[in-house]
Design a protein around this ligand. Structure first.
Ligand SMILES: Nc1ncnc2c1ncn2[C@@H]1O[C@H](COP(=O)(O)OP(=O)(O)O)[C@@H](O)[C@H]1O
Length: 563
C-alpha cells in the first residue's frame, strides 16, 4: 500500500480499529501509514513545519517537546481553518495548558468537528506526550538525530544568548523611562533590550536598513581580463577597505541616532551608554562599487600584446540611462581614471553634473591621466577637456607632477612652486589635490619619492583654511601599472573616513601603496629570478594578497604639514 492510496475511509477504519481493539499487525501497519500520511501531508501544508528534511525525526521532536513556534501557530490561525481543538492544542499559552489539552481524555470525544486525520493526529500527540513524560525524553530517536538536535540547539543558544529554547519566550514590556539628562531622549536600556529580545528579527531588519546606509561609488574605468588596472585595481580595495571606514562612519551615525551595532551579528538597539563590540559578524559594510568599464582589454597596454573593446560615449550613455530609468542613480562618489576619447570624457562630465544635481554632496574623484615625465600618453585633444570641463567639476584630483604642470601651465622646481600649482588647481575647482609623484628632491635621500597634498576647508564662519602636506615614500626601481588607479581609490576611501584631515588620509593612502608595492616587487623578483628584471605580468599588483594591509594599513610614512 502506498501513502497516496491511504484514503480517509481507510484512516477512519484504522482509527476505529485503534479505538475498539488491541493492536493487530495489520492495524499497526495501517496506523503507521496513516500517521505518516497525516503528518507529512497535513502538517506540511497546515503549519509550514519543515518536514521535508528528516521528516520522521522532525516529527518526533516537535511532538515530543510539545513546543510550538510562533510562525507555525500563526500559520494555523491565519491560513488554515483548523478546528478549535487543533488551535487549542497548538496555541496553548503555556506548557501546562498545552499538556492539559494534549492529555485530555476527551479530545476525540468532545470535538466532533475533527476530521479523522486531525483526530488521529491529536490522539498521536496525546500518546506521544504521555510516553514522552513517562520516558522522560525524546522517543524513537536515532543517534544522528540526537547529535543534529544538540548541534542545532547549541547554535541557536550561541546566536540568541542561551536560555530555554524549548519553551515559548516570555515577553515583559516595561514602561519606557526617559532620562532627562541623556540627550537625545531614549527609552531605558532595559526596555530596549526586552523589546529586542522579543522582536529581534523585525527590529533588526528595519533598524539595520536605516543604520547601514550604503556608500555607493560609480567607478568609470578600464577593465582588464588579466591583472590589475582601472576598475580591477579600484573595486576590490574599495569594497574591502571601506568596510572599516564605513563601519566607523556608520557607527557614528548610529550613535547619534541612539542606535548601536552589537557584536552578535544582528542588530541591537541600545542606549548610548552600552558597550559596543566588534562589528564583524554577519555584516557586509564595504563601499558599493558600481563599475562601468570604459574599455575591456585582455591586459594593460604595457604588455607586448593586448586586445579588446572600447566603450563609446553613446554606449556609456545607454548604460547610464538604464541605471537612471530604474531610479537607482543615487551615488556618493564618482571615480574616473584613464580615458583616451574626448566625447567619452565629455559624457562623463555630463553624468557627473547630473549626479551632482541629484546629490549635491556627491564627491567626484578624478585622476586626470594625461602623461608622465614630460610626455603625454593620451591624445593631445584630451587636455582641454580635462582643463576646462573635468577639473572644474572634480572635488579630489590626483595628478602627477607632469599633469599638474600641464593643467596649470606652471612648472614645479621647488616645494613652493608645488604649493602654488596646488593653489591654482584649487582655484579651478577641486578642494583636495594630491600630486602623487614629483621630481623634487627628498630630504631623506634620492631613493625617496616626494608627493604633496593640499586641502581647502571652509570654516564655520565662512573663511577658508588650507592644509598642505608633504609625504616621502621609498622609491622602488620598477614600473608598476595600476598604482595610479589604486591610489585614487584609496584616497577616496581615506578622505571619506577623514574628510577634514588630509595628513591622516595621506598617511593611510601612501601606506597602503607602500605595502602593496613591496609585496608586489618581492614576489616579482622571486618569479623573475636573480639578476633579471621582472616582466609586466610578473609586476601585476599583488592585490588580493594585500587584503589585510588594505583594510588596516600599518603606517609606514608620516606626512609633514608644510603650511
Ligand atoms: N616605483 C614606485 N616606487 C614607489 N612607489 C610607487 C612607485 N610607483 C608608484 N608608486 C606609488 O603609487 C602612487 C601612484 O603613482 P603613479 O602610478 O606613478 O601615479 P600616476 O598614475 O597618477 O602617475 C605613488 O604616489 C606612489 O605612492
Amino acid at each position: 500500500m502506498t501513502l497516496e492510496s491511504v484514503t480517509l475511509a481507510e484512516v477512519e477504519a484504522s482509527l476505529g480499529t485503534l479505538e475498539n481493539e488491541s493492536l493487530s499487525e495489520t492495524t499497526d501497519y495501517l496506523e503507521k501509514e496513516a500517521e505518516i500520511f497525516a503528518e507529512e501531508k497535513r502538517m506540511e501544508m497546515m503549519m509550514g513545519w519543515h518536514l521535508k528534511r528528516e521528516p520522521r525525526l522532525q516529527r518526533s521532536t516537535t511532538v515530543a517537546t510539545g513546543s510550538i513556534d510562533v510562525d507555525s501557530a500563526a500559520a494555523v490561525t491565519d491560513d488554515f481553518p483548523a478546528s478549535a481543538a487543533v488551535k487549542e492544542v497548538l496555541l496553548g499559552q503555556d506548557e501546562g495548558a498545552q499538556t492539559a489539552a494534549l492529555g485530555s481524555e476527551d479530545v476525540k470525544g468532545t470535538h466532533t468537528d475533527l476530521d479523522p486525520v486531525q483526530r488521529l493526529f491529536l490522539e498521536k500527540i496525546k500518546d506521544y506526550d504521555n510516553m514522552h513524560r513517562l520516558n522522560g525524553g525524546l522517543l524513537e530517536t536515532e543517534p544522528d538525530y540526537v547529535k543534529y538536535l544538540s548541534e542545532e540547539t547549541a547554535k541557536l543558544q550561541r546566536l540568541y544568548g542561551g536560555g530555554d529554547l524549548s519553551s515559548f519566550p516570555e515577553f515583559t514590556f516595561t514602561e519606557a523611562v526617559f532620562a532627562k539628562s541623556d540627550p537625545p531622549l531614549l527609552p531605558s536600556h532595559d526596555f530596549v533590550i526586552e523589546m529586542i529580545n522579543g522582536l529581534s528579527r523585525i527590529a533588526s531588519s528595519s533598524a539595520y536598513r536605516e543604520a547601514a546606509m550604503e556608500c555607493r561609488v560609480l567607478s568609470i574605468q578600464s577593465h582588464v581580463v588579466r591583472g590589475y588596472v582601472g576598475n580591477k585595481s579600484a573595486s576590490f580595495p574599495l569594497q574591502d577597505k571601506e568596510s572599516q571606514a564605513c563601519q566607523q562612519a556608520r557607527r557614528r551615525r548610529c550613535e547619534e541616532a541612539g542606535l548601536r551595532l552589537a557584536a552578535t551579528g544582528f542588530l541591537l538597539v541600545t542606549s548610548p551608554k552600552m558597550e559596543t563590540g566588534s562589528l564583524g559578524a554577519g555584516l557586509v559594510l564595504g563601499f558599493e562599487v558600481d563599475s562601468i568599464n570604459s574599455v575591456q582589454f585582455s591586459n594593460h597596454t604595457g604588455y607586448s600584446h593586448w586586445k579588446g573593446q572600447v566603450l563609446t560615449a553613446d554606449e556609456l550613455h545607454v548604460l547610464y540611462e538604464g541605471i537612471k530609468l530604474n531610479n537607482v542613480h543615487q551615488y556618493d562618489y564618482v571615480l574616473t581614471g584613464y580615458t583616451r576619447d574626448t566625447s567619452f570624457l565629455e559624457m562623463v562630465v555630463d553624468i557627473v553634473q547630473e549626479l551632482k544635481r541629484a546629490n549635491p554632496n556627491l564627491v567626484y574623484v578624478c585622476d586626470p591621466v594625461l602623461g608622465d615625465h614630460g610626455s603625454m600618453y593620451v591624445p593631445q585633444n584630451l587636455y582641454p577637456v580635462y582643463k576646462n570641463k573635468v577639473v572644474p567639476v572634480a572635488d579630489i584630483i590626483t595628478p602627477n607632477q607632469f599633469e599638474a604642470e600641464l593643467l596649470t601651465g606652471k612648472n614645479i622646481s621647488t616645494e613652493k612652486d608645488a604649493v602654488e600649482v596646488m593653489d591654482l588647481l584649487h582655484a579651478m575647482g577641486p578642494d583636495t589635490v594630491v600630486i602623487t609623484s614629483s621630481d623634487l628632491p627628498s630630504r631623506l635621500g634620492d631613493r625617496f619619492l616626494v608627493s604633496l597634498g593640499s586641502q581647502r576647508h571652509v570654516r564655520p564662519d565662512g573663511s577658508r583654511t588650507t592644509q598642505r602636506v608633504r609625504i616621502e615614500v621609498p622609491k622602488v626601481d620598477a614600473v608598476f601599472v595600476g598604482t595610479g588607479d589604486l591610489f585614487a581609490a584609496m584616497l577616496l576611501a581615506w578622505t571619506h573616513h577623514y574628510p577634514n584631515d588630509l595628513k591622516m588620509a595621506c598617511e593611510k593612502t601612501f601606506s597602503v601603496m607602500h605595502h602593496v608595492i613591496q609585496r608586489t616587487i618581492s614576489y616579482a623578483h622571486e618569479l623573475a629570478g636573480p639578476g633579471r628584471r621582472p616582466s609586466p605580468p610578473q609586476l601585476e599588483l599583488r592585490m588580493v594578497q594585500s587584503k589585510a594591509d588594505i583594510e588596516d594599513p600599518a603606517i609606514v610614512t608620516e606626512a609633514t604639514v608644510i603650511s
